[in-house]
Each structure stands twice: as C-alpha cells, then as structure tokens.
Design a protein around this ligand. Structure first.
Ligand SMILES: [Zn+2]
Length: 295
C-alpha cells in the first residue's frame, strides 16, 4: 500500500495539463495485491490490528490476573508466554545444505506457539492457541459480545475471508486475499467514529474481485459502497460486469486488450452508457443487455 501525498505542493502532471476538483481529497491509497508482511510473524489478526484487543481480553480473565499475566504474556512475538523452542512460530525451520529448508511442527508446543503455563488461561473455554486456530467466521461468533474485536472480523467475513484462520501466516495468503485484508484494515480505520473526522481518501483498487465467488462479490460491493457512504472515493480497475454496473461513473478503456487498447472508448454512468451504446464499447453493450433483461 502506497501513501501518496498528492496535495502537498504543486502536482506534476504527465499527459494532461491540470487536475480539477481534487481539492477535497486529502490522501490517496493504493490497495494492491502485493503481499502483506513477508515475515512469518504476521497473520490476519496482527495485521488488521484486533489481536491486541484479544490479548487484553485474555489478560482480563480471573486466571490471568491471579497469575499476574498481562496482555504481552499472550503475544507469540515476544518472550514471556510463547514457546521457547520455536519462539512462538509453532514450527521449526531446519536449514539443509543445498536443499530447501525443512519446516516441521514444534515438538515442544505441538504447534500451539505458547508455553504450557500460558495455555492454562482460558477465555470461555478456549486457550489463546485455540483462538489463533479458529477460522474468521468461527471467531466472529465467539467474540460476538466484543464490538472492538467482532467488527473487523465481520468485515473480513463480508469480503469472503471467513475461511482463513486468525493465525495463518500472512506470507501464505494469495494476492487477492492480501488485497482484501488491506481493504478491511482500511475500512476498520475509516469508519466514522464520534468526534473524529476521517480524511477523505481516494482508494485505488486493482481487480479486487479476482478469485471471489459470486456471493462474495456482492458482499465486497457492499464494503466498497460503505467506503463511499463514509465520504471516500473508490477508483477500481475491474473486468467483472457486476462490479462495473454498480459504479457511479465508468471510464471504458479499449477497444481491445493489451496493445490494441488504452484509449477511452466511452465514459459516463452505467445507465447513460447503456442508452447511448457508443460503438466501440463492449461494456456499454453488456450494460444495455443487462438492464434490458432486468426490465
Ligand atoms: Zn513451540
């Protein structure tokens, strides 16, 4: 994700003389498909940022208080509560000369990542290791009474990520999954909170629906609409017709793909495009058929 300070000082434009009407936009964020966290220490729970609230919840249990455990005891990234054999990784990497590293399950914690004393503490019958191995949709139900934890989990479910486990290493996620996690992280931050004004942001998304099922595409659209409802702007590069039909404004590039494209063949709202049917625009043709069949 790149932060571009487009409005600090004069903007340098290439291929056009000026940009008009951009003043209300305070920042630009590109939510791309590049990997999140190359280290095995990052996982969806730590990346999106609700892991701290879960650790605090464990530290607030009577058992943790009795033992004098604070929230850092429940971190697999710092010494104290984690397994000392695998340093909280759950696996041990063995370097092999001339061969790829061999990764085996840690023999001490059996993949739990924490030491046995830490695992005595339970919240609603689950240890911190049980929570890490929960799927996001399971966790959504488990943390129902805790809005600070449940809200980002719900957003992850909304973008079709319910099947991922909380502790899955970020570096094993696909480009599309990484992009959706970034989107959720942003959305969790950009939702208006009482008394705090969020800077109006321009989000640039590159094919956010890649790898998603139909049902998840419509959920992702709801998430994008929510960003717009919160006062932000979303520009998305997209081939999925259902997403294109939901846009407020379409810029259709073509007429063909690759070297045979790159020209603006049509622009306008989906309804306008469907009505006008500019000759070279496949998108307009599709929209016209879609709106006709929908009545
Ligand atoms: Zn271990």
């Amino acid at each position: 994700m790149h932060k571009i300070n487009a409005h600090r000082g004069k903007i340098q434009t290439v291929g056009c003389t000026d940009i008009l009407g951009a003043e209300p936009i305070k920042r630009v964020l590109e939510v791309d498909q590049s990997p999140i966290g190359r280290t095995p220490r990052s996982c969806p729970a730590t990346y999106v940022g609700f892991w701290t609230a879960i650790r605090e919840l464990f530290a607030s249990t009577p058992e943790a208080k009795l033992r004098g455990y604070n929230a850092s005891r429940f971190s697999f990234n710092i010494t104290g509560g984690r397994c000392t054999e695998c340093l909280g990784q759950g696996v041990v990497r063995v370097e092999m000369a001339f061969l790829p590293d061999v990764v085996t399950l840690c023999e001490v914690c059996r993949g739990a990542r924490f030491n046995s004393d830490t695992l005595v503490v339970k919240y609603n019958g689950k240890t911190i290791a049980d929570v890490l191995s929960m799927s996001i949709s399971e966790a959504c139900v488990f943390f129902e009474p805790h809005p600070k934890i449940r809200y980002p989990l719900q957003l992850l479910c909304d973008v079709g990520m319910g099947y991922i486990s909380l502790g899955q290493q970020s570096c094993t996620l696909s480009g599309g999954e990484a992009q959706r996690i970034k989107l959720v992280t942003e959305l969790a931050r950009s939702t208006p909170k009482p008394g705090i004004k969020q800077p109006a942001t321009l989000y640039v998304l590159d094919e956010p629906t890649v790898g998603l099922h139909m049902a998840d595409v419509s959920n992702l659209l709801k998430v994008i609409h929510r960003l717009v409802d919160n006062g932000h702007t979303v520009v998305t590069i997209e081939h999925n017709p259902d997403v294109i039909a939901e846009a407020d404004w379409i810029i259709d590039l073509g007429p063909e793909g690759g070297d045979a494209g790159g020209q603006i063949v049509a622009s306008g709202s989906p309804v306008e495009l469907a009505k006008k049917m500019p000759k070279k625009s496949y998108t307009a043709k599709f929209l016209s058929e879609k709106f006709t069949s929908a009545g």
